[in-house]
Design a protein around this ligand. Structure first.
Ligand SMILES: [Zn+2]
Length: 57
């Protein structure tokens, strides 16, 4: 499989994979990692928040 987090693949994603990270609040960052919010709902987070424990902001 090709790289899903780099290059042209990003441009096929909604908003081109960029947005505001719901965890750390960074804007215009790539949201490529799946985490969960406190309610257990899946959400996309940035690489800084990947693997980090998610908490409500
Ligand atoms: Zn983040």
């Amino acid at each position: 499989m090709s790289k899903n987090k780099r290059g042209k693949a990003l441009w096929r994603m909604p908003s081109r994979a960029r947005g505001t990270c719901p965890v750390c609040g960074s804007t215009r960052i790539k949201l490529l990692y799946l985490g969960k919010d406190p309610a257990g709902k899946q959400l996309a987070v940035c690489k800084k928040c990947d693997g980090k424990q998610q908490k409500a902001v």
